[in-house]
Design a binder for this molecule. Structure first.
Ligand SMILES: CC(C)(COP(=O)(O)OP(=O)(O)OC[C@H]1O[C@@H](n2cnc3c(N)ncnc32)[C@H](O)[C@@H]1OP(=O)(O)O)[C@@H](O)C(=O)NCCC(=O)NCCS
Length: 286
């Protein structure tokens, strides 16, 4: 802890593991986020998480790093309980994540909420692009009679991992394998091999993403196929540049809910091919 962190006596720096899923869920739920226990479990298994623990045992701050190959890692789940905010906890957690990743020569990437961006800017993160979360309470799309998409099957996994690495620019196989097992209802593949869509359950809504495709028409075909199979509330996080997909979502009753900004530190050029990223997996996963 730094001298600037006054008023946090009694807090203890801890590593987080599967035994902290309930605490993590309490933090993300307090912030109104969509992660459920399955998301925390997947991230804790796939990455390294740190936090601060209060004297009553409660985890009051968290941050997590997910290694995505040999060039960059994701920083995720930066959360501080309301009554511990503005005491330097997020800054301290970020500094620890940054120094761990710098030691491994990995650039640092994250998708920031507006409040998070105010913490990350002074630490050297630069904005790359903005995206919106589009939300709908219920989507009514009829199953298409002709479609260039079909349901995902386990035998598609390797080709999805290869395609994703090309578009995303890093290896997030562990995460995608975890999502594949939770997206049975809507996971879809472009029959021509030029795109895929995964989805998963969430605390508030079904989260659609990633949607990666060679072009917007393929992405919209995948979305039509997937959305016709989902019921209840849906979230999808779409980079602002994907105006054709944004228009499609608006047409089907989606409304903008919140903004995220992709931010980089240590790699101004970025990775992958953002023109083929039509929806991210979620701000916590990239
Ligand atoms: C964003 C969040 C993690 C910040 O945690 P924190 O421990 O309060 O942050 P810090 O104390 O390290 O803040 C450092 C600086 O960032 C800025 N900052 C942090 N939160 C801010 C806010 N809500 N509004 C304006 N500036 C803010 C301030 O400049 C602050 O310094 P100061 O308090 O001396 O003015 C916390 O508000 C939170 O959990 N919010 C909900 C979840 C979320 O949005 N997480 C970020 C995900 S990307």
């Amino acid at each position: 802890m730094t001298p600037a962190m006054a008023g946090i006596e009694g807090l203890r720096a801890v590593s987080l593991n599967a035994s902290h899923i309930a605490d993590g869920l309490a933090l993300s739920s307090e912030a109104g986020w969509n992660q459920n226990a399955g998301d925390w479990s997947l991230m804790l298994e796939s990455g390294t998480a740190i936090g601060y623990q209060a004297s009553d045992g409660q985890i009051v701050g968290s941050a997590l790093t997910l290694p995505y190959g040999d060039q960059f890692a994701w920083i995720s789940m930066v959360l501080v309980a309301a009554r511990w905010q503005r005491k330097g906890l997020a800054t301290s957690l970020l500094r620890q994540c940054i120094s761990t990743l710098e030691a491994c020569d990995l650039a640092q990437i994250l998708d920031a909420t507006p409040a998070g961006a105010r913490v990350y800017g002074p630490l050297g993160f630069a904005a790359q692009f903005d995206m919106q979360r589009w939300a709908a309470d219920e989507v009514s799309i009829a199953a298409p009679t002709t479609t260039h998409s079909r349901p995902y099957e386990p035998a598609d996994l390797q080709s999805v991992l290869n395609y994703d690495q090309d578009v995303f620019g890093g290896d997030r196989s562990r995460i995608l394998i975890g999502l594949a097992s939770r997206g049975a209802n809507c996971a879809s593949i472009a029959k021509a091999g030029n795109g895929y869509l995964f989805g998963r359950d969430g605390r508030h809504a079904h989260q659609i993403g990633p949607v990666c495709a060679d072009d917007a028409d393929t992405a919209i075909d995948l979305l039509t196929h997937a959305l016709s199979r989902v019921s209840g509330p849906v979230f999808i996080d779409v980079p602002d540049r994907q105006d054709k997909v944004v228009a499609f979502l608006k047409e089907h009753g989606f409304a903008a809910q919140r903004i995220f900004t992709r931010m980089f530190r240590g790699s101004p050029a970025g990775f992958g091919d953002p023109s083929r990223m039509f929806a991210i997996a979620g701000p916590e996963l990239g």
